[in-house]
Design a protein around this ligand. Sequence first.
Ligand SMILES: Cc1ncc(C[n+]2csc(CCOP(=O)(O)OP(=O)(O)O)c2C)c(N)n1
Ligand SMILES: [Mg+2]
Length: 557
Amino acid sequence: MAVVGAKGPSPATQLTGGQALVQCLKNQGVNVVFGLPGIQLDWLFDALYYERDTIATYHTRHEQAVSYMADGYARTTGRVGVCVMVPGPGVLNAMAGLATAYACSSPVLCLTGQIPTQHIGARRGLLHEINDQVVALRSVTKWAATARRPEEIPGLMREAFLQLQSGHVRPVAIEVPLDVLETAGAVSAIERVEVEPSAGDPDAVERAAAALGAAERPAIIVGGGVLRSGASEPLRLLAEMLQAPVATSTNGRGALSDRHYLAHCMLGAQQFVPTSDLILAVGTRFLEPSRSSWGPRDGQTVIQIDIDPEEIGRNTTVAIGVVADARRALEELVRRVPRHNRKRASRRDESVALQQQVRERLRSVEPQASFAMAIRDVLPDNGILVSESTQVGYWAQWGGFPVYEPRTLITSGYQGTLGYGYATALGAQVGALSRNVVSINGDGGFMYNVQELSTMVRHRIPLVTIVFNDNAYGNVRRIQRESFGGRLIASDLHNPDFVRMAEAFGVDGSRARSPEELRGVLASALGNRRPALIEVPVGEMPNPFPIFRAGFRGYRG
Ligand SMILES: Cc1ncc(C[n+]2csc(CCOP(=O)(O)OP(=O)(O)O)c2C)c(N)n1
Ligand SMILES: [Mg+2]
């Protein structure tokens, strides 16, 4: 790992801890912060006040939204999403967002306060005190530290930004006690830290190139790592060179455009993996294939490329492992494979036939398919869909919703965090202000962050959010009906009139009662470029799980 652009510390100046944090953010090129203030953070917010022309502060109505928004922003931009919240209850409120960012390998920097240094660990019961806050933060970050003096802040921020750009990217956190934010010290602000991505061990890449070139029917499975490293172009070139079908995990969807003849979701992989002699896995935990009846078996060679050495071979036996950035490694393979590559017949017809077969199977799940495709019909190719744990969301994210560009489908990954969607979409829209962003929610999940309708109006975020309202935790209710003899408990919901509620917040409210109506109402909402909510009253929807998880053991959604 090479660090470029990091200059030595500039001459020290007298800065408060709060000012030091903000100078480090500024030097690192951060220009958006999501935060909710409080007395422990007054010195930090005051420092943000002085830099308000460089760093925009988006404040929310609950701390869960600051971490979700930072994650959404990071996912659409690829930049670091910064969230700021008071210690104790503020941190705890933000943890589901951090856990989701962790699951989705998202670069989120969490900055929080702490009780005054001299009292930490004494358990006196000071304002916002919780025991072992930094330990709690470690459960949802790859690295968390405490700043004990203002002078330590540049070094800690440097480490934070290194961690946010190297290895397995995941959230990091720094807690800064009240007195450290307030006190001035001789602080040297860091310059921008940029990490040069690693291309991996050349010998391992060469062995991978030789094996790929020799394979008769290679297949490629990719995950979010391809999106994070911007590896779509070398992925496409390699796939075409090898005539290898490419399946994307839920987190990797969009890595290869669904318009490409070799692009598949995991339903396609269920068909082509068993007849492949070699499987190349790139930037994916490989969880679903490795735990399914159609996953790798004896006689099939698996090559895995991952930036995280701990992921190599974690979920399946790997013949060749390459620890590398996905883009660098794929570019290297594109350069090396031609020397080894056998002459290959086009697999276009076979792949397109499989795409059609999978599409037909997916489109049989109604009304989910028609609602999702109504959205696709009016959302431009570069428009972003933020999914949720709701019936149309499952269908969309697992493969039904065609994704045409990288970073245009956002999910909660393995965390399955109900309620993450709307606030994450607000952050996604802040990161992509000139593009269309659509958030889909169930009535259950949406109400987790309903108060952020206020944030959407206050900050003029032109997001269009759709609420599929079945007056139920529909997923739970269907399981109770189908698997527990209809013993319904804790799964019915009382809701407000969503349209009137939206209007009370100053949000454009409308209703669509069918996929056809949704297409029209959504098209005009997207054209208006104003905060909007569309309620779609729905009934119980059929279970999509059997179709998607046919070969997948141990997962119920
Ligand atoms: C934080 C969290 N709490 C609870 C759940 C369990 N859960 C998954 S889906 C679901 C119901 C979702 O209801 P709704 O948002 O209305 O969507 P619907 O299934 O009705 O379309 C629940 C409670 C979860 N995934 N995450
Ligand atoms: Mg519901």
